[in-house]
Design a protein around this ligand. Sequence first.
Ligand code: GMT
Length: 381
Amino acid sequence: MKIGITCYPVYGGSGVVATELGKALAARGHCIHFIAYSMPFRLGHINENIRFHEVNVNTYPLFEYPPYTLNLTSKMVDTVKYEELDILHMHYAIPHATSAVLARQILALEGIRIPIVTTLHGTDITIVGQDPSFAPVVNYSINESDGVTAVSEYLKRETLASGDIKSKIEVIPNFIDTNRFRRLERDHFKQALCPNGEKLIVHVSNFRPVKRAVDVVNVFHRLHSEGYAVKLLLVGDGPDRVAAEHKARELGVYDDVRFLGKQEPVEEILSIADIFLMPSGSETFGLAALEAMSCSVPVVASDIGGLPELVIDGETGFLCPLGDIDAFTEKAKQLLDNPDLQQKMAQASRDRAVTHFDNDIIIPHYERYYETVRDSVLNAV
Ligand code: GMT
């Protein structure tokens, strides 16, 4: 199939999923056309089945706010028409699904029918969708899509709970290339960071407040002050990085904490981790946790959102009440105190990633869904 994919191309879960999906579909012989304002950051390379169409945002003196959504729509119209796309797959309701719905109307005037699949990732529903200034457009764009997917059962429930979304929602969980995300031999790296055999705790996020990065530092401080030989590695960047740095200094643990900023490839870092902390306040899926699990790292996470669908409490890691620093500390201690348990959970995490979330399981689900949606659109009178 010829598939147009639009996503936020910057650092963030939905962009990662969209980009990895495009790469995996291209590897399976589909022709993928990314349509975005910049090259998706995880794209890395162009192969013959991957094309990139940059959306240029025009500025005119009259446009105090350049109408990006309309530039995107025009680019979709052109790409569908001239590249003869079979389907458009939008990641995030606004403005992507909105642009796609408008593009579909324009194309219909020329007798071109283009099915639209919209994948909901979460913040478009749980945060943006609840903003009254966006809600009507979010609801309209989702309801007008020909197919709608959600990355977890939790997100499906949340989306339907408002009563404003009438679409049937297909749950297609996020996925991982378990060949790429596996534990690599990186002893020299571990030795450099943990010269005295310390255990390494890792957190990866975009440091938005919802990720609660300061909680990570608080948990680390508790372990540190109880005499555990541990180091902390924080990967990524965002609004709360300064607060986390400040907290580490205030608590006197800064020398044992390393802020790496945005890093690729993440699997190199995850390969030396002993525990992954995800104390998020909200998480529809938790892709960073899946990446850790695939690299055989047990995850200690908040018991919220879609995380219980990913992390099996007591088997692949632990789930803790939101914001409960005591509970997070206790669970981390169990893993530090008991190397056999840590190893067992590390293996169980890897097994779960391979058996439930591998590309080879999830990508065909998307392929089947595209076909179903395309057939229903083309067969409709
Ligand atoms: O979590 C973020 O900050 C980014 C956000 C996004 O929309 O890009 O991530 C959401 O989508 C990811 C991919 O499906 C999920 O793994 C994340 O759980 C979800 N984030 C939240 O729900 C907060």
